[in-house]
Design a binder for this molecule. Structure first.
Ligand code: NAD
Length: 495
């Protein structure tokens, strides 16, 4: 494994030149807001503070909700085509500043430039594609005397709560459909990665009426205030399963609508007819993309006994060519862990594997003198199913490789988890691949591919990986009420 720990050469000033300046503000009622209290944001590759952002008080959240509720009155009545055009224009504005967003994303999140390009380009594409979606009225009965219509109405103010692993994309997955459906939105980024989201909302204010899209940043208290606020109609949340349960409990007080996109422990099943050399890079990136800080990372790799040694060795060889380092360095393929609490959590899995005497096929030794929150890519050779590494979600680059013997056994082991976000099956015999895939309990099952997403493809978790869905018309519908309008001819009410 090569490491690139050189000094970061990109500074916040050069990342934010031209029209994105280096000040970060909240946006409430269409106006920039500064606060007395600020919070530091770090570059995880260097641990240096790169920016200070305002910290919202509860009173400021009340202001944001008030202006969002006022804006809802006219935004919800704005013709769909105008709302769609505004959302597409927001995408155009992000595209104008794409290069700056990519640089800023690498700085605050740590991900390499190529991954930042993927995320920002994806965000632009999402705005444009979701802007084409609509939920037409449905006539369910028309007898001549009576007509019954089913339609969708917007909910009100949506609170969009976002995690730190894909800070822009996962905000856009909420902002775009919520606005198209006629809601107003208050975005709350993760306190670890607020910069891109605050800047995005600030930069598009001239494209939307005041109060339609606001951004508040703060700590986890802010998330709690949002989930209990009686002026917010829905919480669209992406984050851990543990926090998702808190969100659901607090939202119950006001019977808020919720969409919860939560954690995962995705199995990858590797059949006996794969070519170890060809499959190794695919499995590597299925597991380690975004430095394994990916809800849909392959987190348990089940490899058939007959090819286990060869696939493991090919993975070790491929992993040895991957460059870990500062994401702003052009050679870097994997960045650091995004924040210190997560770094400490990932180290626990290293300690646990060592304490239990599990065998490391690769890695295992953390360089505590590294300039950022770096951990080495680590492969653990066949730990037990009840180990922490296999049964929990490490959310970092330490991966268990697991032997299996037969189809029924591996399906049962793959499904033996409270999570059900994603899964993959890899093999040459497509009938077998499909047969296994169709028995997996997961919201997305990829067969001989992974991490393919689309604005028109439904995404959501089974079991404790979530409630509801994002993307597609199913995701759009989650930002609406169902309403039935029934109409009788006026015979019965007039002479
Ligand atoms: P997290 O749950 O710690 O935080 C997510 C967001 O919730 C942050 O904005 C945080 O400030 C806020 N928050 C924290 N406590 C809150 C509370 N009590 N009420 C309301 N909001 C609160 O998650 P994270 O560490 O930022 O992200 C990593 C997790 O997210 C992983 O488990 C990962 O699998 C999951 N994730 C899921 C998906 C998906 O689509 N299913 C996508 C990405 C990440």
């Amino acid at each position: 494994m090569f490491a690139v720990y050189e000094e970061c050469t990109v500074t916040i000033a050069s990342a934010l030149k031209v029209s994105i300046d280096s000040e970060f503000v909240l946006t409430v009622g269409g106006k920039p807001v500064r606060t007395d209290n600020t919070a530091a944001v770090h570059n995880p590759a260097t641990k240096q503070v790169i920016a200070e952002v305002p910290v919202a008080t509860e009173a400021l959240l009340d202001d944001a909700v008030k202006s969002a509720r006022t804006a809802f009155v006219s935004w919800s009545q704005t013709p769909l085509a105008e709302r769609q055009a505004a959302v597409a224009a927001v995408g155009d504005r992000v595209a104008e500043h794409a290069d700056h967003f990519m640089t800023l994303l690498t700085l605050e999140q740590g991900k390499p430039r190529a991954m930042a390009e993927w995320e920002v380009s994806g965000s632009i594409m999402w705005f444009h594609e979701i802007a084409k979606q609509s939920l037409p009225n449905e006539i369910v009965l028309d007898t001549g005397n009576r007509k019954v219509m089913s339609r969708h109405t917007p909910l009100g103010v949506v609170g969009a709560i976002v995690p730190w692993n894909f800070p822009i994309l996962l905000a856009v997955w909420k902002i775009a459909p919520a606005l198209v459906a006629g809601n107003t939105v208050i975005v709350k980024p993760s306190p670890f990665t607020p910069l891109c989201d605050l800047k995005l909302v600030e930069l598009v204010q001239d494209l939307l009426p005041p109060g339609v899209l606001s951004a508040v940043s703060g700590d986890d208290d802010l998330g709690r205030w949002m989930t209990t606020h009686d002026g917010i109609a829905k919480i669209a949340f992406t984050g851990s399963t543990e926090t998702g349960k808190h969100v659901m409990a607090s939202a119950a007080g006001t019977l808020k609508r919720i969409t919860l996109e939560l954690g995962g422990n995705d199995p990858a099943i590797v059949l006996d007819d794969v070519d170890p050399e060809i499959i190794a890079p695919k499995l590597f990136w299925a597991a380690f993309q975004n430095n394994a800080q990916f809800c849909n990372a392959a987190k348990r790799i089940y490899i058939h006994d007959s090819v286990y040694d060869k696939v493991r060795d090919a993975l070790v060889a491929y992993a040895g060519t991957v460059i870990v380092g500062d994401g702003s360095h052009p050679q870097t393929q994997l960045g650091p862990i995004q924040n210190e609490p997560q770094y400490r959590k990932v180290l626990e899995y290293f300690d646990d594997c060592r304490a239990n005497g599990y065998s490391f096929a690769l890695g295992g030794q953390v360089d505590h003198d590294a300039p950022g929150w770096f951990v080495p890519v680590t492969l653990v050779d066949n730990p037990p199913d009840n180990s922490r590494l296999v049964s929990e979600e490490p959310f970092g680059p330490i991966l268990p490789l697991l032997r299996f013997h037969d189809e029924d056994e591996v399906i049962a082991r793959a499904n033996a988890t409270p999570w059900g976000l994603g899964a993959t099956v890899w093999g040459r015999d497509l009938q077998r691949v499909k047969r296994i895939g169709l028995q997996l309990e997961a919201g997305t099952v990829w067969l001989n591919e992974v991490h393919e997403y689309s604005p028109h493809q439904v995404f959501g978790g089974h079991k404790q990986s979530g409630i509801g869905a994002e993307n597609s018309l199913h995701g759009l519908a989650e930002y609406t009420n169902h309403q039935t309008i029934t109409m009788n001819k006026a015979d019965g009410v007039v002479a």
